[in-house]
Design a protein around this ligand. Sequence first.
Ligand code: ATP
Length: 365
Amino acid sequence: GIVGGIASAPAGLHLDAISHAFDGKPILRGVSVTVDRGEVVCLLGPSGCGKTTLLRLAAGLERLQQGRICVGDVVVADAAAGLHWPPERRHVGLMFQDYALFPHLTVQENVCFGIDRSARNNTWVRAALARMELADWARAYPHTLSGGQQQRCALLRALAPQPKVLLLDEPFSGLDVALRAQVRDETAQFLRDTDISTLLVTHDPEEAMVLADRLLVMRDGRVVQEGAPAEIYLQPREPFVVELFGPVNRWAGRVTGKQLATPLGFLAAGGADEGSEAVALIRPEGILLDPDFAQRGATGHRAVVLDRRLIGGLSAVTLATEVGDWRLRALVTGIFLPTPGSYVGITIDPGRVFVFAAAAGEGSH
Ligand code: ATP
């Protein structure tokens, strides 16, 4: 089938100790990435951290200044040896966020652009257009397609030369929100069905969580953490990694008795040193609310509701603790819209708290 056809001897990608500067300004600082056969690796990081530059270097669109790149066992670029294979020799497919489809070529002509018209290729293209539900659009021009169809057309054009490695730069950012999730999920399924090696860059944590077998978090030209998506989410190694997934609640204070005292009780200080300044980051879903608190006559901490809104299937509630007036954001599954001004019981789920030694210059709460 088409899936077997696309999987042309994938080989994996190895980026080894890559550093890069533009006009003397360091952009990448010793980045190493391995993408195994059939694996989907996502580089996640904020805009400007060097993700696109790394993809351009891997593709051969940019000359390597430091480090080495291998596709499978083949060295395609080596800065020290002055080796630089051109893009077309590297067996690497590249898709940019703007798709860069040729406007004067039809869907089929776009897909066929980088390949010869052998019978084998023609069979591949027909099957691929069908798989991507583009068969009826083969003779259409890109501007007549929906965003999702353009994205699938661009993906097929990248895949048509049957590359060993696929590089995707923000592949869904051109799509509107409703379509993005659908196309993202379809692409994730597609990449799982092939055994091509994929390196995808994104600044969208949800996209990275859905697509990645392995996730690399980048900050200022460095990989700061690497692991399975769930591991990155549940065991972040620095505040930056915690906050990548969205805003969190914070409490800063001094560690006494291996604990941090907050208006909602004590939090375990983890590895932070006794007597040192530490900061606790608490994800919004780690703020647990009890609406029936008052009726049950329960004792414990209370908070007053300041605001609440429904966001999709979640309720976002902002509150202030009764003691200490700590402003908090809670995310609750389902519809929970307590009246502003009313009181709810409030506790912290210790599994959603991350405590770090305070960075220099970060004062107490
Ligand atoms: P984005 O998601 O915004 O594209 P990114 O993480 O992909 O961000 P890069 O596109 O790799 O980041 O850019 C990293 C930095 O390098 C940016 O500050 C950018 O302005 C700079 N840069 C990129 N290409 C060049 C170039 N050809 N000449 C000079 N500076 C460049």
